[in-house]
Design a protein around this ligand. Structure first.
Ligand SMILES: [Zn+2]
Length: 124
């Protein structure tokens, strides 16, 4: 009888890296944000994966606070023309969320697997 024993991996590390929460080796994503059907290494089914809007919500929160804060800071400190704001703010408000969305979604999915969290259901 052979059993596979998997190390107790940090959901934050595996999720941020986009790796399988159980073995830490297979890819969690099949595309930019598309979750794979299962792990290519340990065959863990990713059918549990449903992070909902959590990652998008936190990315919007962080990007808005950082983006708007930096725009206001630049305006107060330097009062540059509007085209300078556009040159700084538009890439920041596009690139920052794109860079954060996948790692945060991975972290939420890995945490979901670790805790067994799932959508609430009515008990009959
Ligand atoms: Zn795996």
């Amino acid at each position: 009888m052979t059993e596979n024993f998997y190390p107790d991996l940090s959901p934050l590390k595996t999720g941020l890296a986009g790796k399988c929460p159980r073995c830490g080796k297979g890819n969690l994503f099949a595309g930019y944000l598309t979750v794979a059907k299962s792990c290519s290494n340990c065959e863990l089914s990713y059918s549990f994966a449903d992070s909902g809007d959590a990652a998008a919500w936190f990315v919007m929160l962080f990007a808005c606070i950082f983006g708007v804060g930096s725009i206001l800071g630049v305006e107060v400190a330097y009062s540059p023309p509007y085209w300078v704001h556009a040159l700084i703010a538009i890439p920041t408000l596009i690139i920052l969320p794109m860079a954060l969305l996948r790692p945060l979604k991975g972290a939420f999915l890995a945490q979901q697997w670790k805790t067994g969290a799932q959508e609430g259901r009515e008990v009959k």
